[in-house]
Design a protein around this ligand. Structure first.
Ligand code: GDP
Length: 202
């Protein structure tokens, strides 16, 4: 694993776009519906077990959480979507924050979309894919918890997601991933390295 991901440290949280840290360098953001496996993936990809715990502390789940990799690069944990029974005001705030971040953040160089392999491409996921396409933002889908399905069923889910992307002329890439078995970790890192301008041999 590239050493840089192991260096990830919590930088700051933002509840408004204006609270985001200086918009310089490059950052990769992680998005997904609640429970998609975003925290587990972040922990596995950095090899820091407690990394995403910060984002899960009460009061932080609706915030954008930034992690420093080096002076020019960051990972970003976007607030999970889909908590049942959140008040409309909270939903609207979330929507506005995500919208500003995704449309105005200059240093955002790619989006990793976490999707439970057993529930491929729900409405939120489709919206994110569409947004990335419209904004010409590179998007890479991790079909998470692949260990929960047989090899054949996981492949079928992968094919289904690829088919949707092709049929809708979207430009995202997709792979299987498991935080539990660490399957797919090299492919995910390679994509992040590419976006962050890192030497893939690093
Ligand atoms: P988040 O809400 O998107 O941050 O999701 P979490 O990372 O907290 O994961 C939600 C649930 O799925 C937790 O119970 C995790 O233990 C479980 N989970 C996440 N990734 C995996 C995985 O790769 N394999 C298995 N079997 N369970 C996973």
């Amino acid at each position: 694993m590239s050493q840089i991901y192991r260096q990830a440290t919590f930088l700051t949280s933002a509840n408004r776009f204006s609270q985001c840290p200086a918009d310089a360098g490059a950052e990769v953001a992680f998005a997904g519906r609640s429970n998609a496996g975003k925290s587990s993936a972040l922990n596995t990809l950095t090899d820091i077990r407690s990394l995403a715990r910060t984002s899960k502390t009460p009061g932080r789940t609706q915030l954008i959480n930034f992690f420093t990799l080096d002076e020019d690069r960051r990972l970003v944990d976007l607030p999970g979507y889909g908590y049942a029974k959140v008040p409309d005001a909270v939903k609207q705030h979330w929507q506005k924050l995500m919208d500003s971040y995704l449309t105005q953040r200059e240093s955002l160089c790619g989006l990793i979309l976490l999707v439970d392999v057993r529930h491929p491409l729900k409405e939120f996921d489709k919206q994110m894919l569409e947004w990335c396409h419209q904004a010409s933002m590179p998007c890479h889908v991790l079909l998470t918890k692949s260990d929960k399905l047989s090899r054949g069923a996981a492949q079928a889910s992968l094919l289904q997601a690829e088919k949707y992307i092709k049929q809708h002329a979207l430009s995202a890439s997709v792979q299987l991933f498991s935080a539990k078995t660490r399957a797919g970790i090299d492919t995910a890192h390679a994509k992040m390295n590419e976006w962050l301008g890192l030497d893939t041999q690093a």
